[in-house]
Write a protein that binds this ligand. Sequence first.
Ligand code: MN
Length: 153
Amino acid sequence: MLEEYKRKRDFGATPEPAGRPGETCGDRFVVQEHHASHLHWDFRLEMDGVLKSWAVPKGPPLEPGVKRLAVQVEDHPVEYIDFAGTIPADQYGGGTVEIWDAGRFTLEERREDRLSFELHGQKLVGSYALIRTGPGKNWLLMKRSPKKTARQE
Ligand code: MN
């Protein structure tokens, strides 16, 4: 699943990881602030032995009711989860990458067109959903309202 990732990069020229064989998959997520030709935030979930990845031009929402475009991009190696640094300007994604948030997630629902999960990060905390908007790569990332708990009588 990393063919596209590897095809786009020259590992002799970029400090980004090529990925290690046999990496195991956990339940972590990361958001990397990427100052490339256009500033965006890369939202990545550890799934299926890779980091499923979306580029979010305006950044992940912190409040419920805000929907942010999230464009699915190529899977990244799990090793990318703590990558921060400078990608040379003439390389794919050239610019600086810093960790904006990181933590664990709990998957609640997974369908072809919808992912629901609880994020346990520093900035991103609570229930989130990624909803695919059509047959292309566009999804919406949104924070969901906290579940109302039944009040004790
Ligand atoms: Mn990026």
